[in-house]
Design a protein around this ligand. Structure first.
Ligand code: ZN
Length: 273
């Protein structure tokens, strides 16, 4: 008797989870784009858990000098970011695809393939600045919100049945997947604009971002599979490159003069990868 009641309670929970899911989906879908649902602390917690998830699935390069160099360039840009509350860290994955991605809270990943592809320090810094901008502008957290919305039915059922106490938990579960979902064109535009500003503040030539994007477009025609992940997450077309070029063109040439394009450290790293 007891057993049956228990089972029917379980069924009722499951049914209510399934019934509630569409309503919750509708409610959450109406959230304005650009609205970040998480506090900075939650973003960092989600990012940290997602980073663990990423590193359990993808190999780190494990080359201290390459990692230290990439982290140093990243930190140089991150200190110029408007919201300094994120514990930025930059890791290099031993993956051949030319890609980079940012998790909420400032956990950033670059693939070895990207380090092999960039031609000078300002191109590397260009892509790092772009990824930092996605974090600063809350795009990475928005992605999690979107992916979470799409999975609300499932997650709600797991909350009800498994009793997850922490409201950030469901977001953590989809954090890794979110890093591989697409940013909007508006988010790309905004991230490029913020990136150019970060680069100039850090004393690095923002034309490196233009060079990086041109290189990606060129590579798409030569080796499309190598850059597939980048293009599926960061919409990149000729018009985008033109816009970045125009943004840079509005900076007085006296400010661009003498900005850093390359370094001996960069060339040493290139010989290692
Ligand atoms: Zn992007």
């Amino acid at each position: 008797m007891r057993k049956i009641r228990k089972r029917s309670g379980f069924a009722a929970l499951l049914v209510s989870a399934l019934l509630l899911a569409p309503a919750m989906l509708a409610a959450q879908s109406s959230v304005e784009p650009g609205f970040n649902l998480f506090s900075v602390e939650q973003e960092i917690e989600i990012g940290r858990e997602s980073a663990r998830e990423v590193e359990s699935q993808l190999p780190l390069l494990n080359d201290r000098s390459v990692e230290a160099y990439v982290d140093a360039v990243g930190q140089r840009l991150a200190v110029e970011a408007p919201h300094g509350d994120y514990p930025y860290q930059f890791e290099v994955l031993n993956v051949a695809d030319v890609n980079a991605f940012a998790l909420p809270g400032g956990f950033m990943y670059l693939n070895r393939g990207l380090v092999e592809t960039v031609r000078n320090e300002s191109e590397l810094a260009g892509v790092l600045a772009h990824e930092i901008a996605h974090v600063v502008e809350g795009h990475s957290a928005e992605q999690i919100g979107r992916v979470r919305t799409a999975n609300t039915g499932l997650l709600l059922a797991s909350v009800l049945l498994g009793g997850l106490p922490d409201p950030a938990k469901p977001a953590i579960q989809v954090g890794g997947a979110a890093a591989f979902s697409a940013y909007s064109r508006d988010a790309e535009r905004e991230a490029d604009r913020v990136a150019v500003d970060l680069l100039v503040r850090a004393g690095i030539d923002p034309r490196g971002l233009v060079g990086f994007l041109e290189g990606m477009l060129e590579m798409r025609s030569r080796r499309p599979s190598a850059v597939e992940q980048w293009f599926s997450t960061h919409p990149t077309m000729d018009s985008r490159v033109d816009e970045v070029r125009a943004t840079v063109g509005r900076i007085p040439s006296s400010r661009l003069e003498g900005l850093q394009r390359d370094s001996r450290e960069f060339r040493a790293i290139k010989r290692r990868v």
